[in-house]
Design a binder for this molecule. Structure first.
Ligand code: PRP
Ligand code: URA
Length: 211
C-alpha cells in the first residue's frame, strides 16, 4: 500500500506564528492563543475536501443555488492533554463538530504511549475524524490514537499536528497508510529523549504552564 499523503501547510501566516511558538521566551498566554490560531489555519487545509451539496438561497436580488456542506458528520478528537489546545480552533471553523477525547501520555523511559481515557461520540463509525495533537514525535501516540478510532469502527481519519519529526511521519505512514497527515512543519530529528529538534519544547507544559 502506498504511504498516506503528508500535507505541509507552509502558509506564511502559519510559519510566522510557528516561529513565535518555538521561541522559549513566548509566554503561556501567547503560546496558547497561537496554538489556537494555527489550529484554525491547519483546519482550513485539513477540511479542504469536505463534501458539498447545493441549496437554494434567496439573496436580496434573486433566488439562486449555492454550495453548502453536505451532512454534518465531523468529529475532532484531541489527544489529551496537549491536543486540547487545538480544539477551539477547529470548532471555530466547524462549529457543528462533535468532540471525542483520547487520553494518552508517553512513558518517559520507553517513549511508548499509555492510555488513560477514551470517550468518543457514539456514532464515531459514521463520522470523519480529525485527530489533533501539537506534536508528532516518535509517532507512538498518534498511531495508538488512530488504532483506537479504528477499533470503534471509524474509517475516515485524518491527523493534524503543528510540528512533526520525520520518524513520527514515517511511523504513521507505515502503520496507517490510509490516514493523511497535516502539519505546519517537519523538523530535523528527535533527540535522545524523544523531543523534536529544533521543535518548541514540551507542548503540553507550554500550553498549560505546568513547568
Ligand atoms: C506529547 C504530545 C504528543 C506526544 C508525542 O504528549 O502532545 O501526544 O507527546 O510524542 P510521540 O509522537 O513520541 O508519541 P505527552 O505524552 O507529553 O502528554 P501531554 O499532552 O499530557 O503533555
Ligand atoms: N512531545 C512534546 O511535547 N514535544 C516534543 O518535542 C516531543 C513530544
Amino acid at each position: 500500500m502506498t504511504p498516506s499523503t503528508l500535507h505541509v501547510v507552509d502558509h506564511p501566516l502559519l510559519l510566522h506564528k510557528l516561529t513565535i511558538l518555538r521561541d522559549k521566551n513566548t509566554s503561556t498566554k501567547d503560546f496558547r492563543e497561537l496554538v489556537g490560531e494555527i489550529g484554525m489555519l491547519l483546519t482550513y487545509e485539513a477540511t479542504r475536501d469536505l463534501p458539498l451539496t447545493e441549496k437554494e438561497v434567496e439573496t436580496p436580488l434573486c433566488k439562486t443555488t449555492a454550495p453548502t456542506l453536505k451532512g454534518k458528520k465531523f468529529a475532532v478528537v484531541p489527544i489529551l492533554r496537549a491536543g486540547l489546545g487545538l480544539v477551539e480552533g477547529v470548532l471555530r471553523m466547524v462549529p457543528s463538530a462533535r468532540v471525542g477525547h483520547i487520553g494518552l501520555y508517553r512513558d518517559e523511559e520507553t517513549l511508548e504511549p499509555v492510555t488513560y481515557f477514551c470517550k468518543l461520540p457514539k456514532d464515531i463509525d459514521q463520522r470523519e475524524a480529525l485527530i489533533v495533537d501539537p506534536m508528532l514525535a516518535t509517532g507512538g501516540s498518534a498511531a495508538a490514537a488512530i488504532s483506537f478510532l479504528k477499533q470503534y469502527g471509524c474509517r475516515q481519519i485524518k491527523l493534524m499536528v503543528l510540528l512533526a519529526a520525520p520518524e513520527g511521519v514515517r511511523r504513521v505512514q507505515e502503520e496507517h497508510p490510509d490516514v493523511e497527515i497535516y502539519c505546519g512543519a517537519v523538523d530535523d530529528h528527535l533527540n535522545e529523549h524523544g523531543y523534536i529538534v529544533p521543535g518548541l519544547g514540551d507542548a503540553g507544559d507550554r500550553i498549560f504552564g505546568t513547568k
